[in-house]
Structures are given as structure tokens and as C-alpha cells.
Design a protein around this ligand. Structure first.
Ligand code: FES
Ligand SMILES: [Fe+2]
Length: 345
């Protein structure tokens, strides 16, 4: 069961071209393409004639032509032309999905289009701001991950794992010494961990050229369905970052949008936006290469978890303190899915 009335990232803007892109989202086959005026379009990837995926067809002008018998559909999914006959049969249409292009991503609304509200897309303004530098994850493609997307949310809402999964880069022993604060809001969960006067992790020490201890922060804001802003950084001790003045030292956001493909696979979109060394090509390369490796360390974890869950879906879980934000997000998502089911009934 997925939350349908929600925005998901369907693609990087650069992935959507005049060549159809087939992508399964929430178990539904979707085709994405760009029509002649540049507008991105998402349609059900299944011709209403004999079910051929429209992604096997061609984009023509302001629509797409099926690759089997040539039916043409416009951006609204209506069939406009049937070769060899003048009339279009009644009901000749495929589903269309609302899209919004923002922050470099194409966002899709998978539920009732009457409820699609652009203001529900998170305000990740730093992904489009001249003072910030954005490096797309995985060269501007999602990482295809063989795991349920909630395992990825859990991972990002529990950063105690950095000391064990990423010890050489962003991990340090200090992290687990500091408790997390979990706040649950109407449509999101916020996790805060502030670490005053700690040894910086290897990446922060090098990137920030710190000689001694730092004040370090981790603030993770997870919005429905699984849109997760990980704001982290380090600065000189006493510089005010722990009180909220975080535009100093090394400050960056990892933006994560794990979009379910199926119940056990995910298109994992991510990007980094940083507020330090924004002109440094070498730092771009660190985010491009080293952070990809860090993300793949997490992917290995969640895929191994999924494999274990597949083997024994009823195995018992126990919970520990660091699970609080992840459990709050899981509860919020469950309640939202149940509320949607009640609405539809
Ligand atoms: S299957 Fe698409 S036109 Fe026949
Ligand atoms: Fe991680």
C-alpha cells in the first residue's frame, strides 16, 4: 500500500526528453516525455488499444504515437487520431498524471489529480540558489535499489549508523553519545542531533580545514511520503551553529527522494547542495564520487535488509532509542495511507 495523494520524484528534469522514458512508479507503468514546447508529460504506459507500452512509441509534436497501430495521444492522454479512420472511438484515452518541474526534478502526483497541490512540494530552495552549489546524485539518475523505500527513510532518519556504515568518511564515534530529539508535525518528522565540541569526522575535518574540535549538527526533516532533507555540517566551536546560525563552517543538505517502484524496489533520487567551497571543482568531485560511494554503502545495507525480510517477512523486530524518528515517520505514513483509504471508501 502506498500513499497516492502525494508528490513523488519521477525523474531528473534532464532525463525527460523527446525520447520516451518508461518508469514504474508505485507499481504503475508510467511513460515520461517532453513535448515540442518543452513541457514534461506523464501518461499511463499502456495503450488503450491493445496494451502496448506507449514508451515503445514516438513523441510527435504535442503528444505521443503508439508504436503498434499508430494511435496518437495528446498531453492530456486523449486519443486524437486513429490511422485509417476519421472517428476516434469513445473512451479512447489513457491516464495522465499531474507533473511539476522544480529543483531539477520532475515531481509526479500519483493520486486523484483534483487534490494535486503544488504547495505540498517541499521548499528545497537551496537546490536553486546562486549561493549554493548543487551536485546531482549518481550523475543525475536515480539509484535503482532492491529494497522497500521505507528502509531508506529509516536509514536517513537514524544517523547513528554513520559510525558503523561510513567510518572512513562521515562517521565518528561521537555521534551515538548525543541523543536525538524527535518532533512529529502534521505532515513531517524532524530529527535533531546537536553535538557540541566533538572531533570532526574525516570528511568534515578535511573539507573545513578544522584543526581541533567542532560543533556539529544533524537535522533531518522527513516530509510525506518520503522526502528527506538531511542538513548536516560542522563549524568552529562556539560559532553559534548549534543555536541556529548554520550558514558557516561546512554546511550542506543531502536531499533524498526514494520513490517506490514496487513494494520491494525503489528509484532512489538524491542530490547535495552545499554552502561552502561552492566554486571548487575538486569539492564537486568529492560529492560526485565519494558521496556516491557513501550512498552505495547504505544501498548495500537496505538491500541486504530487504533480502532478509523477503526470506522471513514475519521475523520479529526489536526497537532501540535511535529508532524514534524512523518509527514516528512510519506511523505518520501508515496513518496517512489509512486516512486516504477511508476517504476513498
Ligand atoms: S496497441 Fe497501441 S495502437 Fe494498437
Ligand atoms: Fe548512510
Amino acid at each position: 500500500m502506498f500513499l497516492r495523494n502525494a508528490w513523488y520524484v519521477a525523474a531528473w528534469g534532464s532525463e525527460v526528453t523527446d525520447v520516451p522514458l518508461a518508469r514504474t512508479l508505485l507499481d504503475e507503468p508510467v511513460v515520461l516525455f517532453r513535448i515540442d514546447d518543452g513541457m514534461p508529460v506523464a501518461l499511463e504506459d499502456r495503450c488503450c488499444h491493445r496494451q502496448l507500452p506507449l514508451s515503445m512509441g514516438k513523441v510527435v509534436g504535442d503528444g505521443i504515437r503508439c508504436g503498434y497501430h499508430g494511435l496518437q495521444f495528446d498531453a492530456g492522454g486523449r486519443c486524437r487520431h486513429v490511422p485509417g479512420q476519421s472517428a476516434v472511438p469513445p473512451g479512447a484515452a489513457v491516464r495522465t498524471y499531474p507533473l511539476v518541474e522544480r529543483w531539477g526534478w520532475v515531481w509526479i502526483w500519483m493520486g486523484d489529480s483534483a487534490h494535486a497541490d503544488e504547495s505540498a512540494i517541499p521548499d528545497w530552495w537551496f537546490m536553486d540558489h546562486p549561493e549554493w552549489k548543487v551536485v546531482p546524485g549518481n550523475e543525475g539518475r536515480p539509484i535503482h535499489t532492491r529494497s522497500n523505500y521505507e528502509l531508506i527513510s529509516d536509514n536517513l532518519l537514524d544517523l547513528s549508523h554513520v559510525g558503523y556504515v561510513h567510518p572512513d568518511t562521515i562517521g565518528s564515534d561521537a555521534v551515538v553519545r548525543f541523543p536525538v530529539r524527535t518532533e512529529r508535525k502534521a505532515d513531517r518528522v524532524v530529527m535533531t542531533r546537536l553535538m557540541p565540541n566533538v572531533v570532526p569526522p574525516p570528511f568534515h575535518r578535511v573539507a573545513g580545514e578544522f584543526e581541533g574540535n567542532v560543533d556539529r549538527w544533524m537535522i533531518v526533516e522527513a516530509a510525506l511520503p518520503a522526502l528527506i532533507d538531511v542538513n548536516v555540517g560542522s563549524a568552529e566551536v562556539g560559532s553559534g551553529v548549534l543555536e541556529g546560525d548554520r550558514l558557516q563552517g561546512i554546511a550542506y543538505h543531502a536531499l533524498n527522494a526514494p520513490t517506490p517502484e514496487t513494494a520491494t524496489s525503489t528509484h532512489f533520487f538524491y542530490a547535495h547542495a552545499r554552502f561552502f567551497k561552492t566554486d571548487s571543482a575538486a569539492m564537486d568531485e568529492v560529492y560526485r564520487r565519494d558521496f556516491y560511494r557513501i550512498f552505495m554503502e547504505d544501498v548495500a545495507i537496505v538491500e541486504a535488509q530487504q533480502a532478509a525480510l523477503d526470506r522471513d517477512p514475519d521475523a520479529r523486530w526489536i526497537d532501540i532509542n535511535v529508532d524514534a524518528p524512523g518509527l514516528a515517520m512510519r506511523a505518520l505514513l501508515r496513518e496517512s495511507i489509512a486516512a486516504e483509504a477511508t476517504l476513498a471508501a
